[in-house]
Design a protein around this ligand. Structure first.
Ligand code: GLU
Length: 465
């Protein structure tokens, strides 16, 4: 079987991480099985769909590297096709026009509710052999209803939830086209899944209720039903359904906050799927390991700390040049000219060990791009203790003669500390101050490597004159 999966978002608002997880799993399943992955934009809700949401989806997917084999295919561009299928169904007697007015439908529902019955359409306009239908009212445009099977039930083996059986008694004759001819949601999904030859529908479990209706229409059209895998919801860190209202961040927000796409992908992969106790893995490993059997059955909970931890792991292990490229835009935002002065790749490499985000690296990098500090005599007196000055003078000489690497500068420090019987902080603090007017810097020997011998010596000499 040639596997074909799809991600079929409705671009009706805010796209959070949980939404993108519904793209990641079908993508991974297609890649694992050398199949095709299709993006279908379900934009038939004209009032709520926006181009902005479509852009966020497409950008987010490409940022994570979820490449497409087909699409984006917009449902609004397929309206003629849906109308064509409605017509075919009418011709074959699989669907019928229903002229019951909105008003009568409401009346029927109220009656049923007051009799404690489940509200449902009474099949008044459903043609049956030997049944006489009411006279067609004049000037009323009908809806088109699907002739749902009577009796029996719809059964499917959900790849996540197991066997699900829904009695046809529970299912109304679904409206597939509105009076103005526009097709309805569940119907478009079926036509698309059939036309696109989708073999595996992997989607959120908020669609479980739609599935029996879709399967019935699919069967009526002579199509084969795909495998369904309904993913449990993603809850936020307080256990509520993730949404913008309760503070979910959009995919773009994570990008702007300095997360690496590799970390997000790894994080999303684990949000409802597992492979033994693997927590950190590459995209290739994920694809290699992905199967529907290992999808979680209970809701996944978003854990911002874990995501931050993963981001830190990816930052630490990133290739320095690539990491510098990824950090550059954040540095530019802070006004750093990465082309001037010290080598940006070295700076990033030095700072990555303690950083959780690219923003933190950029913040740390500022230190190396500020102009050399200019001190007043009073500042020097307050921050460079008199008794340290001889050691500082020796240190300047030792640095001048040192190998210009971490080991060389570290040895220089050790020699000076030993000969002046000082502890590291007593010397390192004034050195940091002299170099940057702050006492917070990464390891001093590494800082010297990045700043460069000449610049360091020049800055240190200024405070001992
Ligand atoms: N458009 C639906 C949504 O955004 C998904 C439909 C489907 O995957 O079948 O929730």
């Amino acid at each position: 079987m040639h596997i074909r999966t799809r991600f079929a978002p409705s671009p009706t608002g805010f796209i959070h991480l949980g939404n993108l997880r519904s793209a990641l799993y079908p993508w991974a399943f297609a890649r694992r099985n050398k199949g095709d992955f299709i993006l279908r934009i379900e934009d038939t809700d004209l009032e709520r769909s926006t181009q902005e949401a479509v852009d966020v989806i497409i950008e987010g997917m490409s940022w994570l590297g979820l490449d497409l084999d087909e699409g984006p295919i917009y449902q609004m561009q397929r309206i003629d096709r849906y109308r064509e299928v409605v017509k075919q169904m009418l011709d074959k007697g699989l669907a019928y026009p229903c002229y019951m007015s909105e008003e009568d439908l409401n009346k029927l529902r109220d009656e049923q509710m007051s009799n404690k019955q489940k509200p449902r359409y009474n099949c008044m306009w459903r043609p049956e052999p030997g049944k006489t239908l009411p006279p067609v009212p004049e000037g009323v445009l009908p809806v088109i209803r699907f002739k749902n099977p009577i009796g029996g039930s719809v059964v499917w083996d959900d790849a996540v939830k197991g066997r699900i059986e829904i009695s046809n008694e529970e299912l109304d004759d679904l409206v597939i086209a509105r009076p103005d001819g526009t097709p309805t949601y569940n119907f478009c999904v079926v036509v698309d899944d059939l036309d696109m030859k989708i073999t595996h529908v992997i989607r959120g479990d908020d669609h479980v209720n739609n599935t029996p209706r879709q399967i019935n229409i699919m069967k009526a059209l002579g199509g084969e039903t795909p495998v369904y895998a309904h993913l449990p919801t993603v809850l936020n860190d307080s256990g509520e359904k993730m949404s913008k209202r309760n503070g979910a961040m959009s995919v773009r927000d994570y990008q702007k906050a300095g997360y690496l796409p590799e970390a997000i992908l790894n994080y999303l992969a684990r949000l409802g799927w597992s492979h033994g106790d693997a927590e950190v893995f590459t995209k290739e490993q994920f694809v290699d390991w992905f199967d529907l059997d290992s999808l979680g059955r209970s809701p996944a909970q978003h854990n911002p700390e874990k995501l931050l931890w993963l981001n830190h792991q990816y930052i630490q292990n990133a290739d320095p040049v690539k990491l510098a490229q990824a950090t550059e835009p954040f540095a530019h935002e802070l006004g750093i000219d990465t082309q001037k002065g010290v080598d940006f790749v070295q700076v990033v490499d030095l700072l990555k060990g303690r950083a959780n985000t690219l923003i933190e690296i950029a913040e740390g990098a500022k230190l190396f791009y500020l102009p050399a500090p200019n001190f007043t005599a009073q500042q020097i007196a307050e921050n460079i203790p008199e008794n340290i000055v001889p050691a500082l003078k020796d240190l300047i000489l030792a640095i001048q003669n040192a190998e210009p690497n971490k080991e060389g500068y570290s040895a220089a420090f050790k020699r000076v500390l030993a000969s002046h019987q000082l502890k590291m902080p007593a010397l390192a603090m004034p050195v940091r101050y002299a170099l940057f007017a702050t006492t917070q810097t990464p390891a001093i020997d590494s800082v010297l490597v990045v700043l460069g011998k000449d610049e360091a010596v020049e800055r240190l000499s200024k405070v001992v004159q």
